[in-house]
Design a protein around this ligand. Sequence first.
Ligand code: GSH
Length: 236
Amino acid sequence: MLFFTDDSDIFLIYVQLTVIVLAENSMSLPAITLWSDSRFFSPYVFSVFVALKEKGLAFTLKTIDLESGKNAMPGWEGYYLTRRVPVLEYEGFRLSESSAIDEYLEEVFAPPVWARLYPYDINKRALARQIQAWLRSDLAVIREERPTSVVFGGEKKTALSDNGRMAAEKLITTAQKLLPQGQINLFGEWSIADTDLAVMLNRLILNGDEVPERLKEYAAFQWQRSSVQLWLKLSV
Ligand SMILES: N[C@@H](CCC(=O)N[C@@H](CS)C(=O)NCC(=O)O)C(=O)O
């Protein structure tokens, strides 16, 4: 039977147990590999890179030159998946598609032991997944006219087409609805959907396109995270 004299005893035991759990986790961690494009321009690899960094996981970063087409040749680890990056390798298991990988990492390295990527609340969690899926399936014209060479490579593109302007208006209106004035994260605290949304907004912002000030502040705030800054060091 255990006796606690006061709250500080309970706190101490909690801290000791946490240290043991973290120590066991780090000792028994099998190798994780993340495959990236060699220019570090992929917004999808970026999402997984940020997820791994936010979780505090050690991993090996390997690259494949997409321009040479090596990703479409048998022999590359991702060939029998989607032939695209990102690919995550963990304990002999390989997975493609960035949001599937983000969700996998959240389940394997689950909160509260590991840092949280998705909101705690079930509805907010569903919304975070909705936003991730939307950003990957819609707004194709923004992706085309404002590629991530603008975001990660400092390129500047010419004015948006009519379709581009319509897509930008849709993105801005939706983002404003999702982010009421003064809100710096989508769901009260950071989630991986914030990083994905900031990339999409930065396609416009970093090109110099017109974007409301409050969305610029949101994107700049998201860009300050150390997980993001570590990626930006790779892509210069
Ligand atoms: N929906 C995928 C998109 C992945 C994707 O489009 N990857 C690009 C790089 S950004 C790629 O590997 N392209 C090479 C190709 O399709 O051959 C995800 O979220 O991971």
